[in-house]
Design a binder for this molecule. Structure first.
Ligand code: CMP
Length: 160
């Protein structure tokens, strides 16, 4: 199976709560590979693109002003089925209903202040990674750990 990528943002509340290390550790422990990492102050234009599906929602303006109020930490993670794997680790949108053991379930109470964003599907993942990362900020490399995270022949490596 092919390795795919997903985008993660640790939102301003996650940054303020000091959860960057905790969040990275959870994805690392799962066996995902970090292929991009940067701190960004998202501007209006980036947020209009990022949240285009929410542009008609009542919370759009508040969401954008919250997301641009301070830096966020953007990541790109790679693995087999990276999108659904990361969404499961993140948990459902509303923190107080999110499953215990998930990031939102363990650390969140709110709908807007839900600590973290994870791409919904592969098309969104590609689009979102393109909004925050330049091509030279994404890295293709062999992870030593992958040799024990996956069985021999389970991963199809392309161009590595
Ligand atoms: P996320 O899943 O990253 O993408 C859309 C974001 O909009 C969501 O996280 C929340 O932060 C926010 N959001 C979703 N629903 C609401 C809501 N009803 N009120 C305020 N913010 C919301």
């Amino acid at each position: 199976m092919k390795l795919t990528r997903t985008a993660v943002l640790v939102k301003p509340d996650g940054l303020q709560r000091g959860l960057i290390g905790e969040i990275i550790a959870r994805f690392e422990r799962k066996g995902l590979k970090l292929v991009g990492l940067k701190m960004v102050r998202m501007n209006e234009e980036m947020l209009d693109q990022w949240y285009m599906e929410h542009r008609d929602k009542s919370f759009f303006k508040n969401l954008k002003s919250f997301m641009s109020s301070m830096p966020i930490v953007a990541m790109a993670w790679e693995g087999i089925d990276a999108v659904p794997v990361v969404r499961k680790l993140v948990g459902t949108t509303l923190g107080r209903e999110a499953e215990g053991g998930s990031i939102r379930g363990d650390f969140g109470m709110s709908q807007q202040m839900n600590l973290i964003h994870a791409s919904s599907n592969n098309t969104d993942a590609e689009r979102e990674i393109g909004i925050v990362f330049n091509a030279d900020e994404l890295f293709a490399y062999h992870s030593v750990v992958e040799a024990v995270v996956y069985a021999e022949g389970e991963v199809e490596y392309e161009g590595l």
